[in-house]
Design a protein. Structure first.
Lengths: 672, 220
């Protein structure tokens, strides 16, 4: 199984070579596009089947490949955790490849995407399989660099170049943090294999440092606030199928890195470890969704929503840490399963949403501003329906999958009074409130996005002339939308599949779900709580059908046609509709002054001037201003100082070498 | 007998350090080259003595290389060079001889303080050799740092290399190929530096490295 998966990764590398076919004319580029994405689709589907079989069959195998460091080789291992994440990765990869079979044909410069796309997939496929720090970091860097190249696929616009720069800086920083974390885990003997790290003993200080570095390293890739700055820039810059992969899958690989290091390698946690994870998760959830709520760029809105969902996942992981340290393995298993389930759900609905955004981009000639879209549901019925389902899942509406996983997270939060630490007894309900706030704001955010961009009347010519996209794109979107419904109705399947993971990491598992009556899920016990997606679905369908029938019965017949009330202004135009900005204005007024320091200024024309009065919105990203700008300035200043070193005389260089040698020797002499 | 072995090895290595000090205060280029030749000759003797002690005949080859190249060929070539360059009568203005001597003493003390505790338990001959070799290396670097004339910087570099050879032969079991390759790389470095010296001279009418700095428009 493991060998076959590694061969799949090798197959992806081979597919990357197919991109070379595309040199030459337009038709050859199209042939190469189909060959590369078709190859990726075939290989990732195969890998998905293998990973699913490994997860359900409980296969575990190790393998040492004579690659990498000459006398050590690269270790790979397939266990429950990596199998679970591989299912997620390969499913996302297969979906994106299917989508790109249609979408990729519209690429302006396909050769800037094709070679890196399979490499990116291979990197993400290999990271969960790595069983030593060296192989892990190598695959991690492959993933980072390939995705960086993909972000820069359309490198002409100024903001894309900026996004690429910020991304590579943050990615390097994250890898550095992971490198240091693995260095601490390996200890002075440099035992870099994961098996050796698990057995090593380390003090509380070293463990705390590893935790901090893991948060920094995995968090900067996943997009935890305040390490999220690159994500809303880089995700929209990439082509949409790559955005879907980066948002839906790559952030999950970062979650995997965190889980692997903190839950598996680092050993039993101290209770306070959960505090930073919970705090960062909750703040990411709320800040991410608040940003998304006030954003008008469709893809950037989705990227901010990714930050929110990553926050929810980390919140679940923090809960699992707290329960594990508090000696409640069953509750910890519930929290971890909720986090992993939510990660999986996010992959499903965020991929579908990015596919939808890409479809809008194709159909509306590159228009990403929701203020200039509208009425797409009539022009693109199939993809709009798929996006609607995904948006409802992202808004955590029952009976969809997003609701199931967030409900599980709340069930874990409700268990917090049993924890021994008073700090956690107070913190976790607070965090739960923030999670509830984030869920409500997410609903409002997606209501706004869908209502403005897909409903109403078209606000621009491009939106009015939009056409339904090709069948591959439609298949990918509807497929993922259907999966959102399926796992919302039957969450028990996923929870049972995740049981080996929690068993392996925490030594406990949730009760088996598939045996429950009526396909309910019961997180702890029947007496506490249970949820039945199917029942909710039937209720929603029945009540909606009854309401529709009643309206039809009593109102349709009484239909009268009359001119609508136009407030005294004849000739209603599309620009008179609600706009995205006006829809989010109340929430912006409530949260804006605190979170963004948002202000609305009315600029009145001078007396006598015929210019219109304008209302100007200003907002600031406080994290950017108080964290990134000062750091950037400090680095710039240090570089300026060090720049003088480039222009010294030969003798000064000799003096520098000499003095540093003497200083090191002195240090050595005094140290001993 | 081992007592004698140790004493002679120690004396030879010590005199290398002593000759390094002589170089440190020698202002005239001609005399400096004489000291360099003597330095290399003592090194050759020391290596030959190591070969005798360790019963390692290949070290005799190293000694012969040191004697032939470092004690004869290189100083003669340098002498010819300075005659050609017309600087063989020049007296270098070295600032603070007393200070650089004091610094040299400090460096010897430092290398003793660092090396002796580190190598505790090693063979005493090798131990002393390595400590003294480190002093020779450091004083060679000091020489390069304090001199302005490019030829004396080359001399500093050569004496530094002598220190490295001393350390290498002091440790038992250093393969011959390493020593020979080190010797050849030094020779090539020497050739390259020689060519550069003439080019510099051609261009600036001097081999004072300050001229280079002035040319680059740097303030010193």
């Amino acid at each position: 199984m493991l060998t076959a998966l590694l061969l799949c990764a090798a197959g992806l590398l081979a597919v990357a070579a197919l991109a070379a076919l595309g040199r030459g004319g337009r038709s050859r580029a199209e042939a190469a596009t189909i060959a590369v994405y078709g190859g990726c689709l075939a290989v990732s589907t195969l890998a998905f089947v293998l990973a699913l079989a490994a997860l359900l069959g409980g296969a575990s195998a190790g393998l040492t490949v004579p690659l990498g460091l000459p006398w050590l080789g690269a270790h790979f291992r397939l266990d429950a955790l990596s199998a679970a994440f591989l299912v997620l990765v390969t499913l996302g990869a297969a979906g994106a490849s299917l989508y790109a079979l249609g979408y990729g044909l519209h690429a302006e410069a396909p050769l800037r995407v094709l070679p890196f796309y399979p490499l990116f997939l291979a990197g993400m496929l290999l990271v969960p399989l790595a069983d030593d720090a060296y192989a892990f970091l190598l695959c991690w860097e492959l993933m980072s660099l390939a995705s960086w190249a993909l972000v820069l696929a359309e490198h002409r616009p100024e903001e894309n170049a900026r996004a690429g720069f910020l991304y590579i800086v943050m990615a390097s920083f994250g890898t550095l943090a992971l490198l240091l974390a693995f260095g601490l885990l390996a200890g002075p003997e440099g035992r870099y294999a994961f098996a050796a790290m698990r057995e090593a003993e380390r003090g509380p200080l070293a463990s705390a440092l590893v935790l901090a570095l893991a948060i920094l390293g995995a968090g900067s890739k996943a997009g935890l606030v305040p390490l999220h700055a690159w994500l809303p820039l880089a995700h929209p810059a990439a082509p949409s199928h790559v955005s879907a992969l980066m948002s839906g899958v790559m952030t999950k690989v970062a979650v995997y890195a965190f889980v692997r290091i903190v839950f598996d390698l680092l050993g039993p946690p101290a209770w306070w470890w959960s505090v930073p994870v919970l705090a960062l998760g909750a703040s990411s959830a709320v800040l991410g969704v608040l940003h998304a709520l006030t954003e008008n760029d469709l893809k950037r809105l989705l990227a901010y929503s990714t930050i929110e969902n990553i926050g929810v996942v980390f919140l679940g992981l923090g809960l699992a840490l707290a329960f594990r340290a508090g000696g409640q393995p069953a509750a910890a298993a519930l929290a971890l399963a909720a986090a992993l389930f939510h990660a999986f759900n996010h992959t499903l609905f965020k991929s579908a949403l990015f596919y939808g955004a890409g479809a809008v981009l194709t159909a509306a000639r590159g228009e990403r501003n929701i203020e200039r879209l509208g009425g797409l549901i009539r022009r693109m019925p199939v993809s709009s329906a798929a996006v609607l389902v995904a948006a409802m899942a992202a808004a955590a509406l029952p009976p969809l999958n997003g609701f199931a996983s967030e409900w599980l997270a709340f069930q874990a939060i409700l268990l917090s009074p049993d924890l021994p630490q008073w700090a956690l007894k107070f913190l976790i309900p607070t965090v739960g409130t923030l999670l509830a706030l984030a869920a409500a704001l997410a609903a409002s955010c997606f209501l706004r996005a869908y209502g403005i961009a897909w409903l109403g009347r078209p606000r621009s010519a491009a939106a009015a002339e939009a056409e339904e996209v090709d069948r591959f794109s439609r298949a990918a979107m509807t497929g993922f939308g259907a999966l959102c419904v399926l796992f919302g109705l039957f969450p028990g399947m996923v929870l049972d599949a995740l049981a080996p993971v929690t068993e392996r990491l925490l030594g406990a598992r949730m009760p088996a779900q598939l045996g429950e009556a009526w396909l309910s899920i019961v997180p702890i016990a029947d007496s506490r709580s249970s949820y039945n997606g199917l029942l909710v679905f039937l209720f929603v369908v029945a009540s909606a059908a009854m309401a529709a029938a009643a309206i039809h019965r009593f109102a349709s017949r009484a239909l009268r046609r009359a001119p609508p009330w136009d407030c005294g202004f004849p000739g209603l135009a599309p620009s008179m509709q609600y706009t995205g900005t006006s829809l989010s204005q109340p929430l912006r007024r409530v949260f804006g002054p605190v979170v963004f320091r948002a202000r609305e200024v009315v600029e009145m024309p001078l007396p006598g001037s015929v210019a219109p009065a304008r209302i100007v919105r200003r907002r600031q990203d406080l994290v950017w201003e108080f964290l990134y700008v000062p750091i950037g300035r400090a680095v710039g200043r240090a570089a300026e100082l060090l720049n003088h070193l480039q222009f010294l005389t030969i003798r000064r260089y000799l003096v520098l070498v000499f003095l540093s040698l003497v200083l090191l020797l002195l240090g050595l002499g005094l140290w001993r | 007998m081992p007592k004698l072995y140790f004493d002679v090895a120690h004396t030879l290595a010590g005199s290398l350090v002593l000759l390094s000090f002589v170089m440190l205060y020698q202002r005239r280029l001609g005399a400096l080259l004489n000291v360099l030749a003597l330095h290399a000759a003592v090194l050759a003797l020391s290596v030959a003595w190591q070969a005798h002690i360790q019963g390692a005949p290949h070290l005799y080859i190293t000694a012969a290389i040191a004697l032939a190249f470092k004690a004869i060929v290189v100083p003669m070539a340098l002498r010819r060079m300075i005659v050609l360059l017309g600087i063989h009568r020049e007296i270098e203005t070295v600032t603070g001889i007393g200070l650089s001597m004091l610094a040299g003493i400090g460096l010897v003390a430092l290398s003793m303080a660092v090396m002796l505790p580190v190598t505790a338990g090693a063979d005493p001959v090798a131990r002393e050799d390595i400590a003294l070799a480190l002093s020779v290396v450091l004083i060679g670097l000091l020489l390069m740092v304090t001199r302005r004339n490019a030829v004396s910087q080359v001399v500093g570099f050569m004496s530094l290399e002598n220190g490295i050879v001393l350390a290498a032969t002091g440790a038992q079991g250093m393969p011959l190929v390493v020593e020979i390759s080190v010797a050849f790389s030094i020779l090539i470095a020497f050739i390259v530096i020689g060519i550069f010296l003439f080019r510099i001279r051609e261009r600036f009418d001097t081999v004072d490295v300050q001229a280079l700095d002035r040319f680059r428009g740097e303030r010193r």
